[in-house]
Design a protein around this ligand. Structure first.
Ligand SMILES: CC/C=C\C=C\CC(=O)SCCNC(=O)CCNC(=O)[C@H](O)C(C)(C)COP(=O)(O)OP(=O)(O)OC[C@H]1O[C@@H](n2cnc3c(N)ncnc32)[C@H](O)[C@@H]1OP(=O)(O)O
Length: 305
């Protein structure tokens, strides 16, 4: 289906790029538009539940895309009928029951568990830390670690059929890979968010929009993917210096004080304002003014980073 997004001018760079991509068993990668990479969680028979291999491959993949010049924006979705049904329950029970049963000392059990949690955190944080904007396109079930994964994305769209659950309380734990660490800095309706966390109850797109988890809802999955890819393509045509600098500053601002944020951006822009992209944008804007173009950066082409 995504081949239909390809246009002839992007085919050559697509082939060059795809041939250099590593392949994954639990992820499917494609390039629907120039500089846009579609990453699909690919365990459809398990509703894309995340096992050790998927966690590991997700980390490798996003660390690779972070430095891949041909990638400027990413759409993250799931194959099959769900976005993600959370952590793989077999993997969870294997790591929390089987592996721990072979360790006697309680401190060593704790350290073993801590390492597993930190490995899982590093996997999802690779999405958060990736300097290219990541758009989550959510359909069907989005449960537990699936919600954590969306917390690590920059923009979240969904189809009308999406349903969500912050399932961790019902599993007997506090969510530890994104939902409780990132969303409290972003959600609008904290009262409803806390209700959803404490009850683990399923919620639909209306409430997901109310808390600010989802910004746009589409009637069908095709419409969702088309909109997500098209948004990614708009972002990918902008100056990558400006877009990636904006993501770095947004993430920094989320994690620091206002004083720190002003200080950081003054140092950041003392170098970045020297970019040729500013000249290109100014020139494109003056041309576009003549032609009444609505997008100031239309017509400007920017070097890969
Ligand atoms: C360090 C800790 C880090 C992270 C912790 C995260 C915590 C969590 O993620 S908690 C959430 C865990 N997930 C769940 O509890 C969801 C379990 N799944 C379901 O409840 C249902 O599958 C469903 C999502 C409601 C969908 O139901 P339905 O449409 O009827 O499909 P099924 O027939 O149940 O599923 C199809 C197929 O997928 C397998 N599967 C679904 N979810 C998981 C999962 N989480 N882990 C492993 N496998 C899963 C299910 O077993 C079926 O497989 P078969 O081989 O066909 O049996």
């Amino acid at each position: 289906m995504f081949r239909s997004y390809l246009n002839p001018s992007s085919v050559r760079s697509t082939c060059r790029f795809l041939s250099s991509l590593p392949t994954y068993e639990t992820l499917k990668l494609s390039q629907p538009k120039s500089h846009v990479i579609l990453v699909e969680l690919n365990r459809p028979t398990k509703l894309n539940a995340m096992d050790k291999q998927l966690f590991d491959e997700l980390k490798t993949c996003f660390e690779h895309l972070n430095t891949e010049k041909s990638c400027r924006a990413i759409v993250l979705t799931g194959t099959g009928k769900a976005f993600c049904a959370g952590i793989d329950l077999k993997y969870l029970s294997n790591t929390t029951v089987n592996e721990l049963s072979q360790i006697d000392d309680v401190a060593r059990k704790a350290l073993h568990t801590r390492r597993m949690i930190q490995r899982t955190q590093a996997s999802l944080r690779a999405v958060d830390k990736c300097e290219k904007p990541v758009i989550a396109a959510v359909h069907g079930h989005c449960i537990g670690a699936g919600v954590d994964l969306t917390a690590c994305c920059d923009i979240r769209y969904s189809s009308r059929d999406a349903s969500f659950s912050v399932k961790e309380v019902d599993m007997g734990l506090a969510a530890d890979v994104g939902t409780l660490q990132i969303f409290p800095k972003q959600v609008i309706d904290h009262s409803l968010f806390r209700e959803l966390v404490f009850t683990s109850r399923l919620f639909r797109t209306e409430e997901a929009q109310q808390i600010g988890l989802i910004s746009r809802v589409f009637d069908t999955r095709d419409a969702l993917l088309e909109a997500a890819v098209s948004l990614a393509s708009v972002i990918a045509r902008k100056s990558p210096v400006a877009v990636q600098g904006s993501k770095i500053n947004l993430n920094y601002a989320r994690d620091h004080t206002v004083d720190d944020n002003f200080s950081f951006v003054s140092t950041w822009n003392s170098g970045m304002l020297l970019t040729e992209d500013i000249i290109k944008n100014v020139m494109a804007a003056s041309v576009s003014k003549d032609k009444s173009n609505k997008d100031a950066s239309d017509g400007a082409e920017f070097e890969d980073i």
